[in-house]
Design a protein around this ligand. Sequence first.
Ligand code: ATP
Ligand code: MG
Length: 694
Amino acid sequence: CMTTQLKMSASESIGQGMNPAQKEAVLYLDGPCLVLAGAGSGKTRVITQKIAYLLRECGYMGRNVVALTFTNKAAREMDERVKTLVDRKLSKGLIISTFHSLGVKMLREEARNAGLKPTFSILDADDAMSIIQELLATTDKARLRHVQGIISLWKNALLEPDDAAREAVTPGDVEAANIYRSYAATLAAYQAVDFDDLIRIPALLLASNEEVRTRWQNRVRYLLVDEYQDTNVCQYRLVQLLTGSRAMFTAVGDDDQAIYAWRGATIENLAKLTTDYPNIKLIKLEQNYRSVQRILAAANQVIEKNPKLFDKKLWSDLGVGEPILVSAMDGEEQEAESIAMKVSASRFERQAQWKDFAILYRSNHQSRILEQALRNLKIPYTISGGQSFFDKTEVRDVLSYLRLLANDDDDPAFIRAATTPKRGIGQATLQVLGQYAASREISLLAAVAETGLESLLAPRQLDPLRTFAEFIRRMQWRAGRGAASGKDAAPAEPAGVILDDLVEAIQYERHLFELFEERPAQTRWQNVLELTGWLKRKAEEDNMTLFDLVQHVALVTMLERGEEEEPDAVKMSTLHASKGLEYPHVYLAGVEEGLLPHLGKDDEVGDPARAAENLATRIQEERRLMYVGITRAQRSLNLSWCKRRRRAREDLVREPSRFIEEMGLGDVRVQEDEATAAMNPKERMAMLKALLKK
Ligand code: ATP
Ligand code: MG
């Protein structure tokens, strides 16, 4: 297909803006290909260009090409890139998605083969957690998270409950393995899958069912995988099984950016590729096109301290660039204010836009104070990697009722609504109900009303179920459900009235105040009111019924996640969520010992050797995270750390991160920020204004 390369269309030509090594990676189609290279070297660009090459020059149909990335955002960016390179007609059916979305697609098409009913439900982490909580019969949050974490790791390593039980040594692990078994049974009974299953079940299905395997291997003629270093065993299996013996795939990755070991990702997958596919074409890229030399040098110096899997060199010809600044701050409030002011001033000085700036941090909890500081200066911002309004527990709780009102078949919504607030419906009851519904191939809600259930449940189990279902039916009726089904019913009542009655009837406010301390309960209740207020306004303005609203919310939620148009706003993000992205000016907050590196708590007491080894591995992963952070910056980089930080009402004395030292910045290293620290807010505003006048 190389001969056609001359007849390029008007759109951007393939190979333009590519160095020889990148071109080689794009054109190579004789077998599997692995591009291994440092940050900003154009790995992702290789993927987008290769998709264009396959579709435009090699006669691949859109539906035969699949590209996998790590986050929805990355998938979206890649999709946009490809759109500028390839005609819409040619890319029809092309899949650019995360592993999870591909898994959902496969499961939908293969539900029967996987032993699931077509309307199987997908549980989110919250839903899954409440099942585990019920099974463990504890409210110890740390223990719950721990067990959920282990189960997830087992699933990602393709271990079944039996395997897990065999491998478990500590009493904690043995207990977790038991929970894993019951958890798996519960999910099966509910006809539900969790996030890990979205990849695990398709992989198992491909492995065990030849017909399915052949179908998918014929479909996926070429597979591309970005951020390969962060795949886990399960994802690796999926890649192997989808590509089969033809092994037509390109994987790109950087072992120095592996930051998901805690979720079961294993860098060994990179090394394993070269042994599983001895003929794999290995291509290294050495030029960085993203960052100025100072930034790249600092990044290289830091990552040098880690043991190397593959040797890499990285250089840039984008000039030396400005010095990297490090500021020592007195506390986190001061740090946040200082960053906000610097961003504001810098935007003015550079005549830049807000969206040229990013503030990155290690932990989600750092974002609140940073947000406040930005808001004080009226700086627009967006947050990724954090929780969106529609992901908040209380918002999802209320929405689960609305989802169920609109759709009888939404079983996860049924489970969530039926158990929140608690009304005497336990896991055991739900399990029986789930089994019964599955055998009858009907929804949980429909199953409640059937007489067949009466012989399976005691009255004290059945009664609360029936009361709940009747309540839902009554609400559905009032919302106009009868009218929709053609029976003669009263016209739908206004959505606002039903909404208020519903929240009142389930006593959600009381539930919050029973569960939480006064302050957090109030905040949560405020969120509920914000949601219902917004829904009511929508209903009135656009004359929507409750059912219209539910669909509307689903759409808004998707849009919000979709962020169609990129707004001119400062980007706030966790380091993890910033992977693969780039920003002209980066502010890295909280670069101090205990936060970055984050040391977590050491649970492996007893075996000092093992503890030391764990610590060393953890520091290495944190160092890669630091490397990811530094290499997001294109032109300028500012670091800050706090001498004191408040944790749980206590002021802790902090030290600058070891990684600052490792960057080898020399004397400019510590820039005391006392000048701004000593000013009161008024003076600071004055300074800012003066800066803006410059
Ligand atoms: P990361 O490891 O952070 O994911 P990456 O290796 O995927 O980085 P890209 O994001 O593909 O790197 O590229 C980094 C930047 O360099 C992008 O802005 C990209 O457009 C640009 N770039 C890549 N290759 C070239 C090239 N040959 N000429 C000019 N610019 C390039
Ligand atoms: Mg990339």
